[in-house]
Design a protein around this ligand. Structure first.
Ligand code: GLU
Length: 294
């Protein structure tokens, strides 16, 4: 199958070094395999978005010499497709409304792979139809008590029992917004993505995405999770935490730092042009080297 990769930033701020590393890893992997590389702007969470961030991310990528194939897909244009996927799951009777507040869930206190495990409180709660419409509620997906296993091409075999480690998870939030897990699965399939290369912060999300792909009868791409860039306190860099935008005064130096973080051989001359940088980086790319970050 022809390789199709993607970079899928959320427009919650300008591109920072951590997202540049994810963009570069996915780009190099796609180009090395003579594949296509697409950009998808994941703008389905307006409260977390910053005006102008999507354009700023695209402009920065362009100035750094990234070239994307096909037009940019904006998730805000795909709400009907997410609604259809929800209907499909609804017909299988594996969704339920959840009225728990964040503090109620926190109070139950069992820590899991990502925050507190949802204990399934609303799964068996009898709700009359009129009642369920009256109060704002999230929609959760019933998970199964079995491991979801996949092979990450960098990290090897990964196994997660979603029911035990995460719990039934949200597909539509109480504020009516679709969850990332649903949108990403629908759109990776819609864009024909064969290979997902992204930061290791999403490793614990991948089993949920594979579970959804199976339920929706969608193909599972290959996955490679790159080492995560953290700040000096060991925190993931994120646009929400206001991580510094990239300083574009010397684009080649910025590219070289990202390549160095990915533990790849660096071009011999630091004065290389952007085009020379990319020729070198694509020719040298080996995703397995990234497992051993500097
Ligand atoms: N939009 C997500 C983020 O910016 C990434 C989604 C993905 O690569 O699957 O963290």
């Amino acid at each position: 199958m022809n390789y199709r990769g993607r970079f899928a930033p959320s427009p919650s701020g300008p591109l920072h070094f951590g997202s540049l590393v994810a963009a570069m890893g996915s780009y190099l992997d796609a180009r090395k395999r003579q594949g296509k590389w697409l950009i998808r702007i994941e703008d389905i969470d307006p409260p977390r978005e910053v005006a102008g961030a999507a354009d700023s991310i695209l402009r920065t990528l362009e100035s750094l010499g990234f070239e994307w194939d096909e037009s940019v897909l904006y998730q805000s244009t795909r709400l009907d497709a997410y609604g259809e996927a929800m209907n499909e799951l609804q017909q299988k009777n594996i969704l339920y409304p959840c009225f728990c507040s964040r503090s109620e869930i926190q109070a139950l206190g069992v820590a899991g792979a990502e925050g507190v495990i949802y204990p399934g409180t609303c799964r068996n709660r009898p709700i009359s139809r009129s009642n369920s419409g009256a109060k704002r509620h999230a929609i959760r997906l019933i998970t199964q008590d079995r491991p979801v296993i996949f092979t990450d091409e960098i990290r090897g075999t990964i196994s997660q029992n979603i029911a035990r480690e995460i719990g039934d998870f949200i597909l539509r939030r109480a504020d009516g917004l679709f969850a990332y897990q649903l949108a990403v699965v629908v759109d990776d399939a819609y864009q024909g993505i064969t290979d997902v290369v992204r930061g290791a912060d999403l490793l614990t999300s991948t089993p949920r995405q594979i579970y959804l792909q199976q339920l929706l009868d969608l193909p599972t791409p290959n996955y490679k999770h790159l080492p995560l860039v953290t700040d000096k306190n060991g925190q993931k860099l994120s646009k929400c935490l206001g991580s510094d935008p990239i300083n574009m005064t010397n684009p080649v130096a910025v590219l070289i730092s990202a390549l160095s973080f990915l533990n790849q051989p660096l071009p011999p001359e630091h004065s290389a042009s952007i085009a020379e940088f990319w020729r070198w980086a694509i020719a040298q790319w080996n995703h397995l080297r990234t497992i051993d970050p500097k």
